[in-house]
Write a protein that binds this ligand. Structure first.
Ligand code: CA
Length: 465
């Protein structure tokens, strides 16, 4: 493993001569004369529209908005599987669950997997993982990290027991603040050299417990049910009726309070982002650090009567994605191209001037961040495997383009879904049911067949439809 010679923090911050200390890097254009640093901030179950810069009706996220104002806002960012652990493994590896193997929330992350932190570390980066790992029951330090703070599974919001470099201890306080404290501390005290911090929040996963200081927010805010709560589910698969959780009117009151608490939890996340940015600025490294903010999957608050995620409708598969990197990104950039969670790993490796492993399935977003117009993906595969934890949810294989979405339920439901997202953004009218045999249905079916060719069949369970 290559280790750069030790240089003083002052010398690194000054930049002069620092590049010479890292001869393995081929420095990317537009990123100055030093290898870039990376900070990846991940939230849990955060919807794409829960930022004030994304038009949220009452949530105020000024620090996140600033990331978008001074950096890039991805208008069309998605996960390839809307479930926690599979998505987390995809961010780390740049691969789909059918390739990295984490198909549910109980599978440990494979020890031999090539992750971006691991590759960066092999090339001289200092790396830290702080927060929610959530794959199997793993809590001990994982390969690729110099510094490790985590907890098993979902963790807790208050007074968590943390595994800090292999030793466990209870830390009093609120989880988002604690993880931020530890992240900021590592940024301040880390050894010299390029760095990669992976700050992975528990927020905003259920059970949506806010910090005490935020518990009074939105108390008087009226939460309207989403328009698609009125979906009759006619022409849709039976499993949706079986898992239906919400209805309009008085029935929505309970879910509305969940929305309030979810937004209260996000208030602490926004503060966290502000503290991380200020730390980078105070350390003189903000300009040469790519800060990525993303969610691991979306969430339903009553759309189609659903809660949770997993299904392939927009609220579950779309994520917030912001990137801040003054050395490369024009402030206020809006990226319209479809970006995926599997793009993170190749993007970071590309920006570090490192080779992207050949079996990575995502693409580097670097050309888009540089403002270049290049041919880009016009479709992507969505996959979800049946899980014992969610027995009534069928396996899914689907394809989404900029305009169309096509969904199949292999092994269970003998019904497919086709939506025109342009004329029917709420996904209410299943064209494949009401007008079967259209040309676009055949085209989307062909796309799905091509995208799934040669990949393992999904694990399908007894969920009927
Ligand atoms: Ca999640």
């Amino acid at each position: 493993m290559h280790r750069p010679g030790r240089i003083s923090r002052r010398r690194f911050l000054q930049g002069a001569g620092a590049a010479a200390a890292f001869p393995l890097f081929s420095l990317p254009a537009g990123a100055g004369d030093r290898p870039p640093n990376f900070v990846f901030i991940l939230t849990d179950d955060q919807r794409y529209d829960t930022l004030s810069c994304a038009g949220h009706p009452f949530l105020h996220t000024p620090r996140l908005d600033r990331l978008a104002r001074d950096g890039a806002f991805f208008e069309n960012a998605f996960v390839t599987t809307a479930l926690c652990s599979p998505s987390r493994a995809s961010f780390l590896t740049g691969k789909y669950p059918h390739r990295h193997g984490v198909r549910d929330n109980n599978t440990p992350f494979p020890a031999e997997a090539r992750t971006f932190p691991r590759i960066l570390r092999e090339h001289g980066y200092r790396t830290a993982f702080i927060g929610k790992w959530h794959m199997g029951t793993q809590e001990d330090p994982q390969p690729g990290f110099d510094h490790w703070v985590s907890f098993p599974g979902q963790g807790v919001y208050r007074n968590p027991v943390l595994n800090i470099n292999g030793e466990t201890k209870r830390v009093p306080g609120y989880i988002t603040d604690i993880l931020t404290d530890l992240g900021v501390q590592w940024l301040r005290e880390r050894p010299a050299g390029p760095f990669c911090l992976y700050l992975s929040h528990k927020a905003v996963h259920s059970d949506f417990i806010p910090a005490h200081r935020h518990s009074g927010l939105f108390t008087d805010t009226i939460i309207e049910p989403p328009a698609s709560i009125h979906d009759t589910l006619e022409g849709k698969p039976e499993w949706l009726r079986q898992v239906k959780r919400a209805g309009p009117g008085a029935e929505y009151r309970e879910m509305a309070e969940l929305v309030r608490n979810y937004c209260r939890c996000l208030a602490a996340v926004d503060e966290s982002v502000g503290r991380v940015m200020r730390t980078l600025q105070d350390g003189g490294v903000l300009d040469n650090t790519l800060v990525v903010f993303a969610g691991d999957n979306g969430f339903f608050f009553g759309e189609h009567g659903l809660s949770d995620k997993r299904a392939m409708y927009e609220e579950a598969i779309r994520i917030p994605l912001l990137m801040h990197f003054p050395a490369l990104i024009r402030p206020g950039m809006r990226v319209r191209e479809m970006a995926l969670n599997i793009d993170l790993c190749p993007t970071l490796l590309d920006l570090a001037g490192l080779a992207i492993p050949g079996d990575v399935q995502g693409r580097s977003l670097r050309p888009l961040l540089a403002g270049r117009k290049i041919p880009w993906r016009d479709e992507f595969l969505y996959e979800y495997d049946w899980e014992p934890d969610a027995r009534r949810r069928p396996a899914i294989r689907g394809v989404r383009t900029e305009r169309w979405k096509y969904i199949e339920y292999p092994g269970s439901a003998n019904i497919s879904e086709l939506y025109d997202l342009r004329s029917d953004p709420l996904e209410l009218h299943n064209i494949a049911y009401f007008q079967p045999g259209t040309r676009i249905e055949a085209e989307m079916k062909e796309r799905l067949g091509r995208l799934t060719q040669g990949i393992p069949a999904p694990r399908s369970g007894p969920a009927g439809a």
